[in-house]
Design a protein around this ligand. Structure first.
Ligand code: CP
Length: 332
């Protein structure tokens, strides 16, 4: 087990090996126990975390902000408008300056090109850069999801069926990043992954290739189906959330919403949960559209692990920060 994580970025799950993620999970377990027992754990005392949000957030922002406070540090909440980014200051100049003042930076930018912008920041950063969700990946969510699955089913996940299904989520076109992170990460830990969506809601082809390759290396299965009932059959985990037909319509919001409206009925209800195994769990990264993506009966029912999952955002993110910007690491 290697212990040198100081300054390590997290832009994508693939940046971290399975062994590194195992260390992160062990640290998470320790910090979660300390949180439960109210034992102080100021591993990032006097450290400053920058949180740069191009879009809104409930879970991610508060997981990082409460997390760094519990670790003895402080968070600066930034937006493009609250900085000179909106006036055109470059990613390089922004991060060169912030690197002189603080100890880590998280960025959320889910607009097309968000990942590219983040990668440019990481190229010039002298401090760890955390992807708080971009147009391609949402690694702090998927890592938390894997941790939650391991809490529920144990660490040997071989042969378990993980379903990530599209839903008819309304009102706006959601990024591909959540589904893409899940299909890429879960097979690495032995889960058999079924991706379900209507025609024209494909994920990026290079991500699908990565998912297939990760599954092949781990001896796991990966399949794509276009029928939600078929996907849910015998599932151990049903994770269902919407994304836009971005591969077909790009940034055309109107065309995207039209295609979503043409595919009603993709939601998780008790009938679909009954198609899964009796011990199956229901997951969603939240925010979930109640009674549109999932019925309230399922969301508030015994198979739902939503709030455990949401809490685990904070514990896994604290482990990430403690390892990559913590005081212990900085003594090396
Ligand atoms: N799951 C998630 O990223 O939630 P927020 O958008 O509220 O951060």
């Amino acid at each position: 087990m290697q212990t040198h994580f100081k300054g390590k970025h997290l832009l994508c799950e693939q940046d971290w090996t399975n062994e590194e993620l195992e260390t992160l999970f062990k640290v998470t377990e320790d910090l979660k126990m300390k949180y439960a027992m109210d034992v102080p754990h100021e591993l990032c005392k006097n450290k400053s975390l920058f949180m740069l949000f191009f879009e809104e957030s409930t879970r991610t922002r508060n997981a990082f902000e409460c997390g760094i406070t519990q670790l003895g540090g402080h968070a600066n909440y930034l937006t493009p408008k609250a900085t000179q980014i909106d006036h055109g200051e470059t990613a390089k100049d922004t991060i060169e300056v912030l690197s002189r003042m603080g100890h880590g930076i998280g960025i959320r930018n889910t607009l097309v090109g968000g990942h590219k912008w983040m990668a440019e920041v990481a190229k010039h950063a002298k401090i760890p850069v955390y992807n708080m969700q971009c147009d391609i990946w949402h690694p702090t969510q998927s890592i938390c999801d894997l941790y939650t699955i391991r809490e529920k089913f144990g660490t040997d996940l071989r042969g378990r069926k993980f379903v990530i299904s599209w839903t008819s989520a309304p009102n706006y076109v959601r990024p591909l990043s959540m589904a893409q992170s899940l299909v890429a990460l879960m097979p690495r830990f032995g889960l058999d992954v079924t991706l379900a969506h209507p025609e024209k809601f494909d994920l990026m082809p290079e991500v699908i290739e990565m998912a297939k390759e990760n599954a092949r290396k781990a001896g796991a299965k990966f399949e794509i189906v276009h029928d939600m009932d078929q996907a849910c059959k015998d599932a151990d985990i049903i994770y269902a959330k919407g994304w836009g037909p971005i591969m077909h319509v790009g940034n055309d919001e109107e065309a995207g919403l039209k295609l979503i409206d043409e595919n009603p009925g993709w939601l998780v209800d008790s009938r679909r949960m009954k198609l899964a195994k009796e011990s199956a769990i229901y997951m969603h990264c939240m925010p979930a559209d109640r009674d549109v993506e999932v019925t309230s009966e399922v969301m508030d029912g015994p198979q739902s692990v939503l709030y455990d999952q949401a809490e685990n955002r904070m514990h896994t993110i604290k482990a990430l920060m403690a390892l990559t910007m913590g005081n212990v690491a900085s003594r090396r």
